[in-house]
Design a protein around this ligand. Sequence first.
Ligand code: UDP
Length: 456
Amino acid sequence: MSESSAPRFRVLMFPWLAHGHISPYLELSKRLSENNFHICFCSTEINLNFIKKSKTFDEISSIELVQLDLPDLPELPPQHHTTRNLPLHLKSTLERAFYMGKANFQNILSTLKPDLLIYDAPQSWISELAALNHIPSVLFIIVAAVNLSFFYHAVNCGIDGTNEAYPFPAIYYRDYETKKMIAMSQESKESLPEDAAFSPKCFELSSFVLVKSWREIEGKYIDHFSFSCGKKVLALNLLNVQDDDTKEEENNSHIMKFLNGKDESSVIYLSFGSEYYLSKEEREEIAHGLELSNANFIWVLRFPVGDSIALEEALPEGFLERVKERGIVVDGWAPQAKILEHPSTGGFLSHCGWGSVTESMYFGVPLLALPMFYDQFLQARLAEDIGVGIEILRGENGQTNREEVAKAIKMVALENEVGELLREKARELSNQMRGGGEGVLHEAIKKLKDLCSKNK
Ligand code: UDP
C-alpha cells in the first residue's frame, strides 16, 4: 500500500504542562504528521495559545488542538494552568489541579477515540484511562534515561545512594541533593491523592517507551532501564524545537552582534531553563562569580509573573555597568540554540534541564553544571561522566558559591587545558550524535503505526 493510501491514524499527544515537555512533543508531532498521522494535541488553554503562535504549529500539516479544562482553584487561576512563569510555590497545586482534570480527559478520550495515546505527564491515571477506553498508550519521556534507570532502581532499593547493586555509581546523589529530593517527594505526596504519584504503573501499561535521547550518550542507561522495566525503550535522536516567544528580532540581533564581536570559544552562556527562577542569593553569587572570572558572558535572567523586577535592582549595585564591555544580561528569553551554535560560545553554565544538556552536547559546547532540582542532578553527573562537563561545587548545604562559579568559568572560558580537553570531547560527542541520524526515529514511527494497525 502506498503511503498516501495508507490509513491516517489519529494520535493524541498529551505532554505535561511545561514548555520543556511541550516543545519535544511538538517536534515529534511534526515528524508523525509527515508520516501520515493526524495529530490531536491536548493541553490547557494558556498552553494552546502559546502553541498556536509557534512556528512548528504552522509546520504540522494535520493537527487539531484539544483543550484540557482544569478546575479554577482560587489560588490557581487559568493563567497559571501552565508551568510557564508559574511561581514555584504553586507547582504542587498545579499537579493537584491536573489530577482534577481527569474527568475532562476521560471525555476527551471517549469523544476523540484516538488510535493511540502518547503521554508523559507523571500521573498513572492517564495510562489507566487509556486502557479502560481500549486505546494503546506509549510513554514518550523527555527526561534522560539516566534518571529512568536510577529512579526505577531507587523505587526498589531506596534513594540513599549507598546501594552497591546499582551498576553506575558515578551518578549517585550527593548528600544535600538527596535531602532536597526527599523533601520534594514528600511535598508532592502531601498535595496529591495517593494514586496520582509517579508510579511503576505508568510504565506497566505503556506498550513501549520512547525517550528523548541518543544511544550515543545514554546507551547503557537505556539498556539498564529497559531490562528493569521489561519494556522496549527506543531513543529518538530528537532535539527540542526552538520556537517560542523570541520573535523579538531586535533583542536577538543585539545578542548575535555581541557574539560576533568576541573571540572563538570565549563566551559563557548562562541559562536556567523555563521553570527555574534564581533566588536573590543565587543571583548575587553568580553575578560576583562572573565578575571574579573576568570572562565574557550572556546571562538569561527570568522572573515569575508578578515578581518581575528591573535588572538593575535584581543584580548587585553597579554590576551591569562594570561588566558592560564583556557581558550582557538578557531579561526573559534568549535564542538558546543559536547561541550554542555560535563559534564564540565556549561553555554553557546550565541548570542541566535535559533540553539544555542535549542541545549543549549536540552543538559541542562543554557544560558548567549547576543543577537545581529533580532530574537535573543526574543529568549534570552524566555530562561529567562522559567528559563534556564539570560540576560547580556547592557549599555543604547546597548553597551556590561565587568562588566556585568563578573557578569553573575560568577553567572553561579562558585559555586553559581543562577547557580545551572538554571542548575536544564535546566536539567528538557532537559528531557522534549528528552521525546517529534519523534511522531510530523511523524505526519508532514504524512501531507506532504497527500498534495503531493492530488496534483497528
Ligand atoms: N530555552 C530557550 N531560551 C531561554 C531558555 C530556554 O530557547 O532563554 C529553551 C532551551 O533551548 C530548551 C528549553 O527552553 O530547549 C528548556 O528546556 P530544559 O529541559 O533545558 O529546561 P526546563 O525548562 O525543562 O527546566
